[in-house]
Design a protein around this ligand. Structure first.
Ligand code: 5AD
Ligand code: SF4
Length: 459
């Protein structure tokens, strides 16, 4: 196969961190001649970038591998080979087991070793099957290539922190992603400046526990997330900043205050609370009570009254009674989330929660989830409906679904659609919101075309 003519198909499961990791793998493989293809059947190399966080993760990967096997067999008939790599958290958790169980897998690579993907692929070309699941995290970012500037997204993700030391009893992250690690501020600033020079206007800082960020600052001292965000706000082309995902215990005063005094920090915060009952929160090892969470939200709202709050909630943790579940419903209702992600508890092998007594039946979990989701959906729709009649700044990111339409995001992360010129992509303009649909807002550019910023002369 000629260099420059190889095809890579990458399928990403799970969180934004994996989306980011997949992009980095694509970039790492470009020098070896790999171009991305959407069609698995055209691919010389198939990578599954996997997620282990919830239900039947490993089984889903093995069943996806069945599909890959059929594609590989079809290609073989046509005289082409397919290399198969499994990356991410399932790879980390399964390791050698995956090589034994799935004969078509050539490479198993954990999230902290993916900077080695090009080397591993080169080695595997000689027929060797490889497992790489070490945790040399400090090497990873240094070894990853700089982002290619070809794609020009308006909004980009930047991983600033990985791993977690919190050990919530339901969660695999401390085992699959390892201990907390923060990249240095100068590395992050350089990456954001580079992104800005390619047209990026919004950055979302990523980390499994991002607000625990404690990286080496430009001055050699340890910087908090708030300090890092303040510095990134100095990058002129960056108009908007966000970060996800946070732990309530790591919301320090500085970070809370930043929502009120740094206008580039968008009024949106994802802050999981997981359960409304103190007994369940203690069993989950969340290190906060329901009341502490609520007081925290009060302080955040005092700093930024219009903030959109988002959360994660688990139903059916072992031992959860109807009364415990009611506590979750009541707290969620009182706090009025703009967005929420809710899950049935799923026992993850190796986590303390998996060996607890009084596991909850699937039927009860299903019923509780459905009740909770109905309530959360109501609350989300209310938040969206409250936008109607308001004039809000929208950052335009691309074309809309219909001809002549463009799409952007409100400060509160809601998708906004309206008729407008594609020249607006990459810019922020004030939009009058006319309606709230099930998943997005629609509006019109306000009559006077009141720009938040001048359109660059070039366009
Ligand atoms: N079961 C159900 N939900 C889980 N989450 C993490 N682990 C589990 C599990 N074992 C949820 C949490 C977390 C989100 C990313 O996924 O709510 O915040
Ligand atoms: Fe998992 Fe988040 Fe808890 Fe860390 S803080 S163990 S990532 S749920």
């Amino acid at each position: 196969m000629n260099k420059g003519h190889k095809k890579l198909h990458i399928k990403t499961f799970g969180c934004q961190m994996n989306v980011y990791d997949s992009e980095r793998m694509v970039e790492a493989l470009a020098p070896a001649g790999y171009d991305v293809t959407e069609a698995m059947d055209d691919a010389d190399l198939v990578i599954l970038n996997t997620c282990h966080i919830r239900e039947k993760a490993a089984e889903k990967v093995y069943s996806e591998l069945g599909r890959v096997r059929r594609s590989k067999e079809a290609r073989k008939v046509r005289g082409s080979g397919t290399m198969v790599a499994v990356a991410g958290c399932v790879a980390q958790a399964e390791g050698e087991e995956m090589i034994a169980r799935a004969p078509i897998v050539d490479i198993v690579v954990g999230p902290q070793s993916l900077h080695r993907i090009a080397d591993l692929v080169a080695k595997a070309e000689s027929g060797e099957r490889l497992v790489e699941t070490e945790f040399p995290v400090d090497e990873k970012f240094a070894a990853l290539p700089q982002r290619a500037s070809g794609k020009r997204p308006v909004s980009a993700f930047v991983t600033v922190q990985e791993g977690c030391d919190k050990f919530c009893t339901f969660c695999v992250v401390p085992y699959t992603r390892g201990a907390e690690y923060s990249r240095s501020a100068s590395e992050i600033i350089a990456e954001v400046e580079r992104l800005a020079s390619t047209g990026v206007r919004e950055v979302t800082l990523l980390g499994q526990n991002v607000n625990a960020y404690h990286g080496v600052g430009e001055d050699g001292t340890t910087w908090s997330l708030a300090r890092l965000l303040r510095r990134l706000a100095e990058v002129p082309a960056i108009a908007r900043m966000r970060f996800t995902t946070s732990h309530p215990r790591d919301m320090d005063d500085d970070l809370i205050a930043l929502f009120g005094n740094e206008e580039k920090l968008m009024p949106y915060l994802h802050l999981p609370f997981q359960a409304g009952s103190d007994r369940i929160l203690a069993a989950m090892n969340r290190k906060h009570t329901a009341d502490e969470y609520e007081r925290l939200i009060e302080r955040i709202r005092a700093a930024r009254p219009d903030i959109a709050l988002s959360t994660d909630i688990i139903v059916g943790f072992p031992g959860e009674t109807d009364a415990d579940f009611q506590d979750t419903l009541v707290l969620a209702k009182r706090l009025g989330f703009a967005q929420a992600f809710s899950f049935k508890y799923s026992a993850r092998p190796g986590t303390p929660g998996a060996s607890l007594d009084r596991q909850i039946s699937e039927m009860v979990k299903k019923e509780r989830l459905s009740i909770l989701q109905t309530q959360l959906e109501k609350s989300r729709r209310e938040f969206d409906r409250a936008m109607v009649g308001r004039r809000i700044p929208v950052l335009f990111e691309g074309k809309g679904r219909k001809p002549g339409q463009i799409a952007g995001r409100s400060p509160y992360l809601q998708p906004v659609y309206l008729d407008g010129s594609e020249r607006l992509i990459g810019h922020i303009a004030e939009v009058d919101i006319l309606a709230a649909g099930p998943n997005s807002l629609t509006g019109v550019m306000n009559a006077g075309l009141e720009w938040h910023e001048p359109i660059r002369a070039a366009i």
